[in-house]
Design a protein around this ligand. Structure first.
Ligand SMILES: Nc1nc2c(ncn2[C@@H]2O[C@H](COP(=O)(O)OP(=O)(O)O)[C@@H](O)[C@H]2O)c(=O)[nH]1
Ligand SMILES: [Mg+2]
Length: 426
């Protein structure tokens, strides 16, 4: 028999929305935006959203979060839509989660669970993977505490393991605690040696342009629009890169690697902040950042400010260089929703529509210009005997001219400012 991939999971997004907030029309627009974001998040881990619903909550029902009538209404809708997993876009206690699973007969996950899944799937560095696992364990541990009385059950009765009277929950907590301690130590280790590994890491041979911005701003759509038909077949090298990186040619003929990153998420639960920032680590290695914004979003300005604040904090703690703004291009996406790029105030960036393709030529040229500004042509003289550094220049820069003397080699090399700094450190 032929093996077939399992069918994608059918998902529903259920958003509880506070009644007092819902009265304001602005807030109901943001309920829509919040729902759209949750759909985008679910889609990013391969869930197919077949049903979505906003429930206006008047008061919270402790056992199920939703009111009795709402639970019943949702049950019927979930059955109708043949849903496998219900995503509740809120924070659920373990008891609420279990009660809802029982009532609906489907798997239920909450917002934090969904985000953890996304981070887990996208962590690229060892540090990122450790951060996500740590956040996951802390999430589990906090849920054990909160649900103490409900989940507590006496173990055995003989008490060989863990001493007399120890409950299952205490044992679970201790196991999780041990694992957290070990992870923290490992994380410290990875951080301490991070500087060493960075230089040694396999370097992609072209400048990297990273897309950052909120979920649903259109990063993936833009990524596809820019890479389009230029599928990677042209170069075997890229067959091994992951699907969120692809090589493209700019108008100048310069080749770059475009890299899609994990999106920013509104109201990120605080315990997930460190894990999220770890997934952004790759941004630090990029030569140019494209800050993709949804100009039609009701919170467009606040979102942009958020993104800058996070990047500034990364600059403060040394993950990102201080001049990151100099190599950032603001991309004002979804111009079509405002009637075309002509209607977007462009002072702050380049207006485009990833959907219609309008403005993409200007964007390509803009990336070219930003890269050219960051390239420098340097003249240098190195001792003939310094083979290692000469080889480094060939590997990392573009050698434009070379003159070999008795003792010195003269080189004219074009390279990025980042590489110039790296070279200085050698
Ligand atoms: N109208 C319009 N919709 C867009 C545009 N770019 C993306 N979208 C839509 O916005 C949603 C989120 O896009 P996606 O690329 O997945 O966003 P990401 O989360 O930033 O990767 C999708 O429904 C896209 O079709 C655009 O330029 N115009
Ligand atoms: Mg995306």
């Amino acid at each position: 028999m032929k093996e077939t991939a399992p069918p994608p999971k059918r998902a529903a997004i259920l958003l509880p929305w506070d009644k007092s907030a819902a009265r304001l029309s602005v807030a109901s627009r943001s309920a829509e935006a919040r729902l759209a974001e949750a759909v985008g998040l679910a889609a990013s881990i391969g869930l197919v959203v077949v049903h979505e619903h906003v429930f206006i909550t008047r008061s919270v029902t402790p056992a199920t979060l939703f009111g009795k009538g709402q639970v019943e209404m949702a049950r019927a809708a979930l059955a109708d839509a043949q849903v496998d997993v219900a995503v509740v876009d809120a924070s659920l206690t373990p008891v609420q989660q279990r009660n809802l699973e029982t009532a609906w007969g489907v798997k239920v996950i909450d917002r934090t669970g969904l985000i953890l899944d996304i981070f887990g799937a996208r962590a690229r560095t060892r540090e990122g993977a450790l951060q996500v696992e740590l956040a996951h364990l802390e999430y589990q541990r906090s849920r054990l505490v909160r649900s103490w009385t409900h989940l507590e059950r006496q173990r055995g009765g003989f008490g060989f393991l863990g001493g007399p009277g120890e409950t299952q929950i205490e044992a679970d907590r201790r196991l999780i605690g041990d694992r957290i301690t070990r992870l923290r130590l490992e994380l410290e280790d990875v951080r301490r040696t991070r500087g060493l590994h960075r230089g040694a890491r396999k370097k992609v041979p072209y400048p990297v342009v990273a897309l950052v911005g909120y979920t649903n701003a259109g990063k993936s759509t833009l990524f596809n629009a820019l890479t389009g038909a230029e599928v990677m077949a042209q170069d075997q090298l890229f067959a091994t890169l992951d699907p969120t990186m692809r090589a493209i040619l700019l108008p100048s003929g310069r080749q770059i690697i475009l890299s899609d990153t994990v999106g920013f998420i509104s109201d990120l639960p605080t315990e997930l902040v460190a894990a999220f920032r770890a997934t952004l680590e790759e941004v630090a290695e990029a030569d140019v950042l494209l800050h993709v914004r949804d100009v039609a979003h009701p919170d467009a300005q606040a979102q942009a400010a958020d993104v800058r604040a996070v990047l500034n904090r990364m600059a403060k703690d040394g993950t990102l260089d201080e001049n990151w703004q100099d190599r950032t291009l603001e991309v004002l996406n979804k111009a079509d929703l405002l009637g075309g790029v002509g209607n977007v105030i462009q002072g702050e960036g380049i207006a485009v529509s990833a959907l219609t393709g309008e403005g993409l030529e200007r964007l390509r040229a803009g990336i070219d210009a930003r890269l050219a500004a960051r390239m420098e042509v340097l003249e240098m003289e190195l001792p003939v005997s310094d083979g290692a550094r000469i080889a480094w220049l060939y590997r990392n820069g573009e050698v434009l001219a070379r003159a070999d003397g008795e003792e010195l080699v003269k080189l004219r090399v074009r390279m990025t400012a980042a590489d110039k700094a790296r070279f200085a450190r050698l």
